[in-house]
Design a protein around this ligand. Structure first.
Ligand code: HEM
Ligand SMILES: *[C@@H]1O[C@H](CO)[C@@H](O)[C@H](O)[C@H]1NC(C)=O
Ligand SMILES: *[C@@H]1O[C@H](CO)[C@@H](O)[C@H](O)[C@H]1NC(C)=O
Length: 168
């Protein structure tokens, strides 16, 4: 049993640390992904990224952003904290899902970094615009934008990793 799974039973562990179950440093630590899945079927995602713009995360069928279940969120002085459950049929601006299935926990930023945390159900029930979290290795896509305008991330600040989110 991993520390994270033990913590599901011992809630005191969660109080003792605000680090989630699995931590994966991506892009030389410029995008740090922390995740936790509870037995109740709730996924928590926390991203600490080197940007003051938007932060993106998603589940992908094959590693591309095409047909991925995406989340874009962040913090902006004028907009405040924001988040959206999105989907993209093409490599381009992902549209907001008809049904929003992500819950913002918090979004904040300082001069260099944005921290975005949200939850969603492992199975949202949205068969057309969401992808289920499985107990299997899945493609996770990540990206960050230079500003809070939901525009192209650029060729370097996006990528794909393979991860079993239930194995944190
Ligand atoms: C306004 C928002 C976005 C625009 C306009 C956009 C546009 C594009 C374009 C034109 C490409 C192909 C060129 C390249 O490889 O860089 C691409 C690739 C990619 N994007 Fe995005 N994107 C957006 C948001 C996102 C988000 C939110 C994610 C992930 C959370 C993401 C992940 C990726 C990945 C992994 C690739 C490389 C694989 C692929 O070509 O599908 N993108 N994007
Ligand atoms: C992923 O799937 C999309 C949509 O079916 C396809 O256009 C794309 O070429 C695939 N990419 C990879 C890397 O397999
Ligand atoms: C900004 O936030 C990041 C991420 O939480 C943190 O690592 C960094 O130390 C912060 N910078 C300052 C100047 O506080």
């Amino acid at each position: 049993m991993t520390f994270a799974k033990l913590c599901v039973f011992l809630t005191v562990c969660l109080a003792a640390s605000d680090v989630l179950g699995g931590t994966v440093p991506i892009n030389d630590g410029k995008y740090i992904l922390e995740t936790r899945v509870t037995l109740a079927g709730v996924l928590t995602v926390k991203v600490t990224a080197e940007t003051t713009g938007w932060v993106g995360w998603g589940l992908s069928p094959n590693g591309s952003m095409i047909l991925s279940d995406l989340v874009i969120g962040g913090f902006d002085a004028s907009k405040g904290s924001y988040i959206g459950d999105r989907f993209s049929a093409v490599p381009g601006p992902p549209q907001l899902d008809a049904v929003q299935n992500v819950q913002l926990v918090s979004a904040s930023e300082n001069a260099t970094h944005t921290v975005l945390e949200f939850t969603r159900a492992v199975d949202t029930g949205d068969m057309t615009e969401d992808i289920k979290v499985e107990n299997a290795v899945q493609f996770i896509v990540w990206a960050v934008g230079p500003t809070d305008e939901i525009e192209y991330h650029g060729p370097e600040t996006r990528g794909t990793i393979e991860l079993n989110l239930m194995d944190g």
